[in-house]
Design a protein around this ligand. Structure first.
Ligand SMILES: [Zn+2]
Length: 532
């Protein structure tokens, strides 16, 4: 007797196997049987004729650490078919936050923490995981630990490499989180204070990840003029420490850098040929999103938000930034659009920095500096200026998973404020609709594997991301002919179309354009390997 049979669908198993006609029998939250179950005894039977039945998407690159606490329905994620999110990316996680460092940690990771009403107070990974489970998230959460957080926790948000004592403290806190189940460690080498980390610090993290067999996910030091050097740096860490490396969101910004992504992929290929466990991920858009302050020269970001803001009040520093930008700026101000600022600045949302300069009759560069200072570094941008060819090169690569770089958002609540990047609402349907069906970049079977098992395997979630007997019944049912994103840069808070059902641990969370708000079967998924 099954709890549920998905009847008459076309099964795409997430492992890359050719599609086949198979019913899916679900029992106790697991896939209990596959095949012809037309005569089987079941409590419920749903006809899914003409539809693809696939594993729910496993998002290897997410940032819902705080927003799932703000709204556990995870609407923008589950509506696009995501059933597991790997969080704590780009160096930013809520924990560890030892007593006395909580506020400083939270300020350092503000970009992924839009809802001030979310209570903090967790000190360790175990505390945080318990709080996360207590809100009953709609979808599974697999948190990683961030290097930015570890560094602030160990020594505060100050410039400079960690001291030996601080390094030891970071390793101790990371080990404790791994013991408690955290699935990986991530770097955020463009964000203060990780921006000033040295090799010894990265190797300490890499060695700890290798020891516990957890993922080392690298938001690298540079995604523009020095992309290649940045890839070489993290490959060297993997070579030295033996850690499993994920090169996060492989892309390059600035027209003068177009074409560097295939070069980076060659480096990754060579490392893989040498036996390194290296892979990468991307979202299918040619624009990224980050704090506006990410465009400042590195030296001007030292010390994090309080010092950035103070510095931008000094005329000599402002002059020095403008001087630095004469050669270092890789964006045009017309390619940088403001998507979040402070209350009272709503009229700036959707304008480029060039347009803001025009509006105030000032140099756009100065307008940018004012905006970072006046919002106390809360201004967020969408930055265009990537190439479609570079994107297609990553999407075509055998080591690529899809990772949305998104936050699970409530479009009507505090977690969805501003005009967020459309990837938050449309990443997977965009990939499957525009790039796979319409663009032919991969077979559907391969595309589903990139969105499911390939990601789950990177973080050791062996019973997720695949529809085989015994696996978790995390399932998405969609129409291959119509699945599509609707979220655009102009109007991002729109759910996709073409998805019929999303099941999490065998329970129906999404049915057409309706989400069952009280069905929240998600669990905090941890890793359990012991040190090698
Ligand atoms: Zn990142």
């Amino acid at each position: 007797m099954f709890d549920l049979v998905l009847h008459n669908g076309t099964l795409v198993d997430g492992l890359g196997s050719p599609r086949r006609r198979a019913d899916v029998g679900v029992s106790g939250g697991r896939v209990a049987a596959l095949g012809d179950l037309s005569g089987a005894d079941t409590a419920e039977r749903i006809d899914v004729a003409g539809r693809i039945v696939a594993p729910g998407f496993v998002d290897i690159h997410a940032h819902s650490d705080f927003t799932v606490l703000s709204d556990p329905r995870a609407r923008s994620a589950v509506r696009q078919g995501i059933t597991t999110q790997v969080n704590g990316n780009c160096g930013m996680s809520p924990v560890p936050a030892p007593p006395g460092r909580g506020d400083e940690v939270r300020l350092a990771v503000k970009i992924v923490d839009p809802d001030d009403a979310v209570p903090g107070g967790w000190s360790t990974y175990a505390d945080y995981a318990a709080a996360l489970q207590a809100v009953r998230p709609a979808i599974h959460q697999a948190p990683m630990i961030g290097h930015v957080t570890l560094k602030v926790a160990a020594g505060g948000n100050r410039a400079g490499p960690a001291t030996p004592d601080e390094r030891a403290a970071m390793v101790r806190m990371l080990s404790e989180a791994f013991e408690a189940g955290a699935v990986g460690v991530s770097t955020g080498l463009m964000y203060p204070p990780a921006i000033s980390a040295d090799v010894a610090e990265l190797e300490a993290l890499g060695r700890t990840a290798a020891k516990y067999d957890r993922l080392f996910a690298a938001h690298m030091r540079n995604y523009n003029d020095r992309l290649i050097e940045a890839v070489e740096e993290v490959l060297a860490v993997a070579r030295t420490t033996g850690c499993r490396l994920q090169v996060s969101h492989l892309a390059v910004a600035g027209r003068r850098n177009w074409g560097k992504v295939p070069q980076a992929l060659e480096l990754i290929d060579r490392a893989r040929a040498d036996g390194l466990d290296v892979a990468t991920d991307i979202y299918p858009y040619v624009a990224g999103s980050a704090n506006l302050s990410q465009l400042l020269p590195e030296w001007a970001q030292d010390g994090g938000t309080p010092q950035i803001v103070a510095r931008l009040g000094e005329a000599s520093v402002r002059r020095a930034i403008l001087e630095d930008w004469r050669t270092s700026l890789f964006f045009g101000w017309d390619e940088v659009e403001i998507v979040l600022a402070d209350p009272g600045m709503e009229d700036l949302i959707g304008l480029t920095v060039a347009q803001i300069g025009e509006r105030y009759g000032t140099d756009p560069a100065l307008a940018m500096l004012d905006l970072v200072r006046d919002t106390e570094n809360r201004a967020v941008m969408v930055a265009y200026g990537r190439s479609e060819d570079d994107l297609r090169a990553v999407l075509s690569h055998p080591a690529t998973s899809i990772g949305s770089d998104s936050l699970a958002m409530d479009p009507d609540g505090p977690s969805g404020i501003g005009r967020p990047h459309p990837r938050n609402f449309g990443c997977y349907p965009r990939f499957l609709g525009r790039y796979v069906r319409d663009g032919g970049i991969a077979t559907l079977e391969r595309a589903i594997a990139m969105s499911t098992s390939a990601a789950a395997d990177r973080v050791g979630l062996r019973d997720r991301g695949r529809l085989v007997e015994g696996a978790a019944a995390d399932i998405v049912v969609f129409d291959e002919a119509t699945i599509l994103d609707r979220a655009t840069f102009e109007d991002p808070k729109q759910f996709p179309i073409g998805i019929d059902l999303v099941l999490v641990n065998g329970q129906v969370v999404v049915e057409g354009d309706r989400q069952h708000d009280d069905v929240r079967p998600g669990v905090v998924l941890g890793a359990s390997s012991t040190p090698a």
